[in-house]
Write a protein of this length. Structure first.
Length: 529
C-alpha cells in the first residue's frame, strides 16, 4: 500500500460563529455547585466525576431565561421568557424557542462546528450537572461534513418551570471518533479467569474494608486520614505507581482566528448551489486542484504505518528458523481486548459455521488445485471459492457472507474512502510440519516485482484449533497471535504487517484466507455475481 503523502490534519475543533453575538464558548469547568455543597467538598474525591466534569467545551447561556410548560403536547404549551435583555437586543427566538412540542425547548449554539475527517461531535448537557424539571437530549453529529448547525434540545420532565442563568452551560461538545464503538467487543468473564486481576481486586477490597472498620471504631489516625487516595493518586495499595494515570484534565481555551483560513476549508464549493451562491456574492470559486490518489481519510492509521522495510523486519526474521520462533523479552502474544493496528476479532464465525467449512475443506481435498498453481508449496492445499460454490453451496454462502463482513470491517477500521474488493477467498490445509517464512502479501523482500502487488489487505479466519503451533508472527511488531476457532485477523499487505506461520504439529490447520484490493479489475468475479 502506498501512502498518498498527505499528513494528518492537526487535532482541531473549528467553531464558525454564525453571528457576532454567538454565545461564549469555553472549556468545561471541573467544579459543580452540588459538589461544592458537600462538607469539605469531599465529592471531588471521586476522581471519575471530576475528570468527566472537565470533558469537552461548554456553550454558555447569553442571558437568563425561564421556561414554562403546562404539560400539553402542543408547541404553544411551552413558553420562554428572557429575564434580562439578550445581548445587542437580539430577539429571544433567535436563541431559544419551542420547535418540537411535548415540552422540548430548542437552544441555538450560535456556531457551525467542523471536526477532522473521521470525527463526530457529541453534544449534550454539561456532564454531572443535573437540573430541576428539565433533561438534556444528547446527539452525535457528523460534523466532518455537515454544512449546517445543530441545535441543543432539552425536555421538560413535568409541568412547571425551569431556568437557565446567564453564563450557565447549556451545551457541551466533545469530538469522538466515528465508528469506534462498532469495532469493540464485550467479553464477560468470571473474575477468577484472571488470577492476577482477582488478587489485585481482593487487595483493594480488603484494604478498603480494613480502613472502613478503623473509621467505625473511631481510630484517630483513620479519622484524620478521612479517605483512601489509592485511585486518586494512581497507585495500588502496596504503593506501586500506575503509569499514565490522569488526575486532572486541562483543555485549551478557544482561540479567536477570525480572517484566517480554517484547517478543513475546501478548495472549491461542494455543489453547484454553493458555486451559485458564491457567484452572487461576486466571489469566483477557486478551481479544484487535482488531488493525489487517496483511498483513506487523513485520520486513518494508514497514514502513519511504515511502508518500507525497517530494521524491525530484519530483526524479526532473525528470530525465525525453519518455522520456529526464538522469543525475546519484548515478544508479545496478542490477547483479546488489546489495542492493535490491525483487525483482531474473536468469534467472528461461530463453531457451527467453522465446522461446516472445515469439513468442506477436507471433503473436497480432491478438488484442491495442482496444475494451475505454479508454486509447489501451495499445490494440493488450496480450495478456491468457485470450486466450493459448485460442490457445497451452503459452505460457499458462509464464505461469501464472511467476505462481505470482512470487507466492511476493513473499510471502517482503516477509514477507507474507496471500496476494496476480495481478489480471492480460499480454504487452505496446513499439514503436520508445515510452516511459512516471513513475507508481505504485496512485495518481495529484495524489491523485485511481486506477482500480486495489487493486494492491499489480507485476512485469515481460523476454522479449527485442535493442533499445535501454527501461530501467526508479525516480524516488525515482534507479536505472535495464537489461532482460535472462529478468530479473524485482517491487516495491510505492506511491510509493517510482514508475517510468518510457525511450524504446525499434529495438523491439519484449516484456515479461510482472503486478499483485498482497491483495483476492481482484480476482484474475484465469482464472489460478485
Amino acid at each position: 500500500m502506498v501512502n498518498d503523502g498527505s499528513s494528518a490534519a492537526p487535532p482541531r475543533l473549528e467553531a464558525f460563529r454564525l453571528h457576532e453575538t454567538a454565545p461564549p464558548l469555553v472549556p468545561s469547568a471541573a467544579n459543580r455547585a452540588w459538589m461544592d455543597a458537600f462538607t469539605d467538598r469531599h465529592a471531588y474525591r471521586c476522581l471519575p466525576l471530576s475528570i468527566a466534569n472537565a470533558h469537552g467545551w461548554d456553550v454558555l447561556c447569553p442571558t437568563t431565561i425561564e421556561i414554562r410548560w403546562n404539560g400539553g403536547p402542543a408547541i404553544e404549551d411551552l413558553t420562554i421568557r428572557a429575564v434580562e435583555p439578550m445581548p445587542n437586543n437580539v430577539p429571544l427566538e433567535h436563541f431559544a424557542r419551542s420547535n418540537f412540542s411535548r415540552g422540548i425547548v430548542t437552544l441555538h449554539t450560535g456556531y457551525l462546528f467542523r471536526t477532522p475527517p473521521g470525527w463526530n461531535l457529541l453534544a449534550s448537557g454539561p456532564l454531572n450537572q443535573p437540573k430541576a424539571n428539565i433533561y438534556p437530549l444528547t446527539g452525535v453529529i457528523e460534523s466532518d461534513w455537515l454544512p449546517y448547525p445543530f441545535t441543543m434540545n432539552w425536555q421538560m420532565t413535568a409541568p412547571g418551570m425551569a431556568r437557565f442563568e446567564r453564563g450557565e452551560a447549556f451545551c457541551t461538545v466533545m469530538p469522538i471518533p466515528k465508528h469506534y464503538l462498532e469495532e469493540w467487543e464485550v467479553a464477560v468473564h468470571a473474575l477468577s479467569d484472571d488470577p492476577v486481576l482477582d488478587a489485585e481486586h481482593q487487595t483493594f477490597k480488603q484494604e478498603r474494608e480494613q480502613f472502613m472498620r478503623r473509621v467505625s471504631e473511631k481510630d484517630p489516625e483513620a479519622i484524620q486520614q478521612a479517605w483512601q487516595r489509592h485511585y486518586f493518586v494512581g497507585r495500588h495499595p502496596d504503593g506501586t505507581k500506575v503509569e499514565q494515570h490522569v488526575h486532572k484534565v486541562r483543555l485549551s481555551e478557544p482561540r479567536l482566528r477570525l480572517g484566517t483560513r480554517p484547517v478543513y476549508a475546501k478548495n472549491a464549493p461542494a455543489s453547484p448551489l454553493a458555486a451559485e451562491l458564491l457567484a452572487k456574492k461576486g466571489l469566483a470559486p477557486k478551481p479544484a486542484q487535482p488531488a493525489p490518489a487517496r483511498f483513506w481519510r487523513a485520520s486513518s492509521v494508514l497514514n502513519v504505518l511504515e511502508e518500507k522495510q525497517t530494521s524491525a523486519n530484519v530483526e524479526g526474521r532473525k528470530r525465525l528458523h525453519e518455522g520456529v520462533l526464538t522469543r525475546t523479552r519484548e515478544t508479545v502474544t496478542l490477547s483479546a481486548g488489546a489495542a492493535a493496528d490491525f483487525i483482531f476479532m474473536q468469534d467472528f464465525l461461530g463453531n457451527k459455521e467453522c465446522k461446516l467449512l472445515a469439513e468442506t475443506a477436507l471433503r473436497l481435498s480432491d478438488r484442491q488445485h495442482v496444475d494451475d498453481i505454479k508454486e509447489t508449496y501451495w499445490q494440493g492445499r488450496v480450495l478456491f471459492f468457485a470450486d466450493v460454490a459448485a460442490a457445497a453451496p451452503e459452505a460457499a454462502a458462509i464464505m461469501r457472507a464472511a467476505q462481505e463482513r470482512i470487507t466492511e470491517r476493513i473499510g471502517r477500521f482503516y477509514e477507507l474512502t474507496a471500496p476494496v474488493y476480495a481478489d480471492t477467498v480460499q480454504l487452505v490445509q496446513w499439514r503436520d510440519g508445515m510452516f511459512m517464512p516471513p513475507h508481505s502479501d504485496r512485495a518481495n523482500p529484495d524489491g523485485s516485482p511481486h506477482g500480486m502487488a495489487y493486494r492491499d489487505f489480507g485476512s485469515i479466519v481460523y476454522l479449527n484449533e485442535d493442533y499445535g503451533g501454527g501461530e501467526l508472527y508479525f516480524t516488525a511488531l515482534d507479536m505472535m497471535v495464537k489461532p482460535r476457532t472462529g478468530m479473524l485477523l485482517a491487516f495491510t499487505g505492506g511491510w509493517h504487517h510482514e508475517h510468518a506461520v510457525l511450524r504446525v504439529s499434529g495438523g491439519p490447520r484449516l484456515t479461510m484466507p482472503a486478499f483485498y484490493t482497491f483495483d476492481a479489475s482484480h476482484r474475484d468475479h465469482t464472489l460478485y455475481t
